[in-house]
Design a protein around this ligand. Sequence first.
Ligand code: DQA
Length: 151
Amino acid sequence: MKSPRMITVINGPNLSQLGNREPAHYGNTNQSELIGLIEQKASVAGVSIDFFQSDIEGELVQAIIRASGNSIGIIINPAAYSHYSIAILDALNAFNGPVVEVHISQVLSRESFRSNLITARAADAFIAGAGVTGYLHAIDIVCELAGEHSS
Ligand code: DQA
């Protein structure tokens, strides 16, 4: 059953390496600090978070399917899969609720292959280039689109 206040946050490949990974693009916040910031924002917004990270496409699809059963919305950074995963696109299209796609970096001003945005076609909203703050804005957007009260 869907929890009225659960949001699933899904991070794709290499995002467990935040903090060490290309800080010029992705900043200095590591994954556990990111989870802390998300939890803090969620508690202010009155929602709970189910956070999941995987480097494996099929596991990301399964997380989206699980979210269909228990979450009001999905915040997803599919990382490199954003640019070519039809499997993730299909799973997001089947999700019944708001989807916000987040990119830490401004993908449209980087290499041209990063402008090929496949999974974003299933997103209700898209945030890129705001750093990890993008995840926090995405919580407000999901709450707004799902008709939940947010801060
Ligand atoms: C990213 C951008 C992608 O192009 C890249 O493959 C990532 C991270 C971002 O958050 O800016 O892994 O999704």
